[in-house]
Ligand binder design. Structure first.
Ligand code: N01
Length: 501
C-alpha cells in the first residue's frame, strides 16, 4: 500500500495553495487528489455565462502569486481559472496531483496513527495527515419541486452548465436569484426568446464598480510590485469596513442599502416590478450582490420576474401556485449548494468510528479554529466550519488556514507527535464564543433565510469577526489546545484532557 505523509483533497484555491506551501516548507511527500480533470475547483466548475468574481481580483488571488495582468478589477471566470492554472504550472508541484480521482472514504486508524484512504480508482493509500480542501460550494443543490424529474426539455444546474445547449431563441426558466443567477440572467436576456425568472426572495444588488485596468496600471503592476501591493491593501481595508455593519449593528450598512435601492430605481421604472425586487429584510442578511446589468435585464421585455411560488413542473412548463402555466424549453436551476452539510463529511470516519457527518448531526458543523475537529486526529479542513465570508476574499482565509496547518506539521515534526487532536472543551468554547457573537450579526437576526444557516437556524458557515482577527488567531499552531500522541510506544503526552471520545 502506498504511503504519503500528507494527503490533500481538492485542487482549487485551497488544495493548490496547500500543496505549494507544503513544498515550500520542505514537506514534499504529499499527494493531491482531485475528482475533476484539472486545477481550479469552483472556478473550473462554474462556467455559466457571465460568471465572474464579486471580490476584486487584486485581493481574490494568492498573496504569494500576484498577477500583474488582470484585465478588470473584477475578473471574469476564464481569467481566474487561467490564473490558477498558471500558478499551478509554475509551482513545480503538479507531479504530485492525481486528477479524475475521488476520495471514496478515509478512516483514521488509531493503532497505526494513520489515515487509510480509499480512492475511486480502486487504490488505497495511507497518510499521516488528511487535509481537505474540498470546497464549501462544490456540491450543487437541486430543488425538490414536484414533477421536476418528468420535465422533457433540458434541465441543468448553474454550476454544471450544459454548453452543448444553444439557448438562442429558446423559452427559458431560471429558478433562483442568488449570486449565480444575477450574473446569468443579463447574459441570457441577450439571446433567449423569453426568460421567466422565479424569485423566492429578492436579493440586494449594489452597482458593480468594475473597470478595465489601463495600460499604465498594468505596467506599474508588472514593474513596481509595491503599487500592486498598495492596491491590494486598499481593497482589503475597504472590504473590511463592511464587518461592523454585518456583525455589530446593521444600521451601519445604510450606505450599501442606499446604493442597492438606488440601483433598483435606476434600472427599473415600473413601480410594480420595483416593488417585487425590493428586499424586505436587512441588507447583508444574505450575500450582497453586485451588478449593473441585472435590473435593466429584468426591466426588458424579454424577462418576466415571477414571485408566485412554484407548485409543480410538468413535461414542458412551470406551474405556479396561482395555477398559471408558463411553457419553457430549458430549465436552469441556480439554486445554490450544500453548504451546511459538507458532502466530504460522510466520507471521513474518525477515531470513534463515527463519520464527520454523524458527529455533526446533533451539533451542526463545528471545528476548532474552523480547521481541526475533536475525534478526528490529524484532519485539517481548509474552508471548514465558520470560515466563510460575506464580504471579502476567501483566499485570505484559506492562506490563514494554510499557514496554521504548515505550522502544525512543523510542530508535529519538531516535537515528535504522531497525531494531534483538539480537546473537546477547547473546541466547545471556541464554538460557543462564535455562536454568542453570531447572535448579534445581521446574518442571524436580519430577517431572512440563507445558505449561511443550517436547518436549526445555526450559522455554521460564516466568520463573525474581522478577517485580520482570524489571521492572528491562526498565526501559530497552539499545541496546548490539542491532545497529542507520540509514535513509539503509542503513548499520549501529558495533556489537559487526553484523547477521549
Ligand atoms: O446560490 P444561492 P448561488 N425554489 O444559495 C433559490 C458564491 N458565488 O449559486 O433566497 C425556488 O445564493 C434561493 O431562494 P431563497 C457566493 O458565495 C460567488 O447563487 O433561498 N427558489 C436563491 O435565490 C454565493 O452566495 C460568486 O429564497 C429556490 C437561489 O435559489 C454562493 O456562491 C458568483 C429554491 C440560490 O442562491 C451561492 O450562490 C456566484 C426552490 N426550491 C456564486 N431553492 C462570485 O462572484 C433555492 N432557491 C464570487
Amino acid at each position: 500500500m502506498t504511503h504519503v505523509k500528507h494527503l490533500v483533497i481538492g485542487a482549487g484555491f485551497a488544495g493548490l495553495g496547500m500543496a505549494i506551501k507544503l513544498d515550500e516548507a520542505g514537506e514534499s511527500d504529499f499527494l493531491v487528489i482531485e475528482k475533476d480533470a484539472g486545477v481550479g475547483g469552483t472556478w473550473r466548475a462554474n462556467t455559466y455565462p457571465g460568471a465572474a468574481c464579486d471580490v476584486p481580483s487584486q485581493l481574490y488571488s494568492y498573496s504569494f502569486a500576484p498577477n500583474p495582468s488582470w484585465s478588470m478589477s473584477f475578473s471574469p471566470q476564464p481569467e481566474i481559472e487561467a490564473y490558477i492554472k498558471r500558478v499551478a504550472d509554475s509551482s513545480g508541484v503538479l507531479d504530485r496531483f492525481r486528477f479524475e480521482t475521488a476520495v471514496e472514504h478515509a478512516a483514521w486508524q488509531d493503532d497505526d496513527q494513520l489515515w487509510q484512504v480509499d480512492l475511486s480508482d480502486g487504490s488505497r493509500l495511507t497518510a499521516q495527515t488528511l487535509i481537505s480542501g474540498s470546497g464549501g460550494l462544490s456540491e450543487p443543490k437541486l430543488p425538490d419541486i414536484d414533477g421536476i424529474e418528468g420535465f422533457q426539455g433540458e434541465v441543468f444546474h448553474s454550476a454544471r452548465w450544459n454548453h452543448d445547449i444553444d439557448l438562442t431563441g429558446k423559452r427559458v426558466a431560471v429558478i433562483g436569484t442568488g449570486a449565480s443567477a444575477i450574473q446569468i440572467v443579463p447574459e441570457l436576456a441577450k439571446v433567449v426568446d423569453h426568460l421567466d425568472l422565479y424569485q423566492r426572495t429578492a436579493p440586494y444588488v449594489i452597482p458593480r464598480n468594475d473597470r478595465r485596468y489601463t495600460g499604465l496600471e498594468k505596467l506599474a503592476f508588472r514593474h513596481l510590485p509595491l503599487v500592486q501591493r498598495a492596491y491590494r491593501t486598499a481593497i482589503y481595508w475597504g472590504r473590511e469596513m463592511y464587518v461592523p455593519g454585518f456583525t455589530l449593528e446593521p444600521k451601519l450598512a445604510w450606505p450599501a442599502k442606499r446604493l442597492a435601492l438606488g440601483n433598483i430605481a435606476k434600472g427599473i421604472k415600473d413601480p410594480e416590478l420595483r416593488a417585487k425586487v425590493t428586499p424586505d429584510y436587512e441588507i447583508g442578511c444574505k450575500r450582497i450582490l453586485i451588478s449593473n446589468t441585472y435590473y435593466p435585464a429584468l426591466a426588458s421585455d424579454t424577462v418576466d420576474v415571477v414571485t408566485d411560488p412554484i407548485a409543480k413542473i410538468t413535461g414542458d412548463a412551470v406551474v405556479t401556485a396561482d395555477g398559471t402555466e408558463r411553457p419553457i424549453d430549458v430549465l436552469i436551476v441556480a439554486t445554490g449548494f450544500f453548504t451546511t452539510e459538507q458532502p466530504i463529511a460522510s466520507r471521513i470516519t474518525g477515531r470513534t468510528g463515527a463519520t464527520l457527518a454523524e458527529t455533526w448531526r446533533e451539533t451542526g458543523m463545528v471545528a476548532y479554529k474552523g480547521t481541526t475537529v475533536h475525534g478526528f486526529p490529524n484532519l485539517f479542513q481548509l474552508v471548514g466550519p465558520n470560515t466563510g465570508l460575506g464580504h471579502s476574499s476567501m483566499v485570505f482565509m484559506i492562506e490563514s488556514q494554510i499557514a496554521y496547518v504548515v505550522d502544525a506539521i512543523r510542530t508535529m515534526d519538531r516535537d515528535g507527535y504522531s497525531s494531534v487532536e483538539p480537546h473537546r472543551d477547547v473546541q466547545t468554547s471556541w464554538n460557543d464564543d462564535l455562536q454568542r457573537r453570531m447572535q448579534r450579526t445581521v446574518w442571524n437576526s436580519g430577517g431572512c433565510a440563507s445558505w449561511y444557516l443550517d436547518d436549526q437556524g445555526r450559522n455554521t458557515t460564516l466568520w463573525p469577526r474581522a478577517t485580520f482577527t482570524f489571521r492572528r488567531l491562526l498565526a501559530q499552531f497552539d499545541p496546548s489546545a490539542y491532545a497529542v500522541s507520540t509514535p513509539d510506544p503509542i503513548q499520549p503526552l501529558p495533556t489537559r484532557e487526553g484523547v477521549s471520545a
